[in-house]
Ligand binder design. Structure first.
Ligand SMILES: Cc1ncc(COP(=O)(O)O)c(C=O)c1O
Length: 378
């Protein structure tokens, strides 16, 4: 018997070790500069990142969560306001809304792309609704035509949660450039994975960019003179320098994620589990440049836990993003739509399973995952 094939859910060292010399040089540059707060490294990263995304402004911040919170603060969202968001997303989307004092209003999703259902969103608009946060979940854009129509009709601000989808497009336009503001995450597992927490806000609006930059440093403008209350939301120069190295390789990472997804789709489409509806493959919707931050299956016959155990027994990592929809989270028990039935979100929470899709997967690893899935006792 040959060596067992291991396929972790994510292998950061496979991506970062080949860049060790470049990363160490960037570290040394920052060490030698002794500039550890903002300054040219952050400004340099912002300018390259803005160009990469196609936005006029990029503002480096401390995390994707802070990118959302700072964006909402920049839009002036606060107590008394309602903000629409999907219930099936990472917690930060709704957590940021609640932290401004506004009310998250949870909306059901569509199971073909895992993203917000805009017909359902339209039914949730009230005279208090001020904004909508479409989340481009798992690397694929939400229906931004629908978002823009709804926003226009009801005069809503649009904050794109692009944490998982840097590089994705909708009708050729990059995520994070279609709404008023875009929020990105550089958490290590993201498309542009950093070396700790980090994030970015994008916008084409000069006034919003100016306001976000002021709120990023406690709202002081000039320093020590405060017309507004902000926070410490700064990106570190060290992180900006390291991220700048990774950004140079970003198009290659995206291309390989897409190639891996294409292979999975081709190989798995042929298996009985898919043909007979026990396993549902993720769909790439036409006109959306999916970036495959996650490759998320749905296990439609109630055997998700058994499948996950089967993968683990074959040395394959997997994860459930997300096991509980946000309208069912205890911390939101005081909200009007806590405990309501949002059927698609609840169904997805019970079915989803994400498998390894990182760019450095080898042919052999990918084949092992595909074969193990095809032969699973489902
Ligand atoms: C959809 C979504 N929004 C927001 C965030 C928050 O980003 P971060 O972990 O960088 O704070 C994440 C990341 O985990 C996310 O997946």
């Amino acid at each position: 018997m040959g060596e067992p094939i291991n396929v972790p859910l994510l292998d950061l060292s496979a991506q970062n070790q080949p860049l060790a010399a470049e990363l160490k040089a960037a570290f040394a540059r920052v060490l030698d500069s002794s500039q550890f707060i903002l300054g040219p490294e952050v400004a340099g990263f912002e300018s390259v990142a803005a160009e990469s995304v196609g936005a006029k402004h990029a503002i480096g911040v401390s995390s994707g969560t802070d990118a959302l919170l700072l964006s909402l603060m920049t839009l002036g969202i606060g107590p008394g306001d309602e903000v629409l968001c999907p219930s099936f997303t990472f917690f930060a989307t709704a957590g940021a809304i609640a932290r401004t004092g506004a009310t998250p209003v949870f909306v059901d999703s569509i199971d073909t792309d895992f993203n917000i259902d805009l017909a359902a969103a339209a039914g949730r608009v009230t005279d208090k609704t001020k904004a909508i946060i479409p989340v481009h979940l798992f690397g694929q854009a939400a229906d931004m035509d629908g978002v823009q129509r709804l926003a226009k009709e009801h005069d809503l601000a649009v904050l794109e949660d692009a944490a998982q989808s840097m590089g994705a497009t909708f009708g050729g336009q990059s995520v994070g450039t279609m709404g008023d503001l875009g929020a990105f995450s550089f958490f290590p597992s993201k498309n542009l994975g950093g070396f700790g927490d980090g994030g970015m806000i994008t916008t084409d609006d000069d006034d919003l960019a100016k306001r976000a930059r002021i709120l990023r440093v406690h709202g002081g403008a000039p320093k020590y003179y405060h017309k507004a209350i902000g926070g410490n939301f700064r990106m570190d120069p060290l992180h900006a320098a390291l991220l700048g190295v990774k950004l140079g390789h970003f198009p290659g990472y995206l291309a390989t994620r897409r190639a891996n997804a294409a292979q999975y789709l081709e190989r798995l489409a042929k298996c009985d589990h898919v043909a007979e509806g026990r396993l549902v493959l993720p769909a790439e919707i036409e006109g959306r440049g999916h970036t495959w931050n996650q490759f998320t299956l749905r296990v439609a016959n109630g055997k998700r836990d058994a499948l996950q155990a089967h993968l683990a027994a074959n040395n394959i990592g997997s994860a459930i993003y997300y096991p509980v929809a946000l309208h069912q989270q205890e911390c939101f028990a005081h909200l009007p739509n806590f405990g309501e039935v949002l059927p698609v979100c609840e169904k997805m929470a019970g079915e989803v399973l994400s498998i390894p899709i990182y760019p450095e997967l080898t042919e052999e690893q990918l084949g092992h995952v595909a074969d193990t899935l095809a032969n699973a006792p489902l």
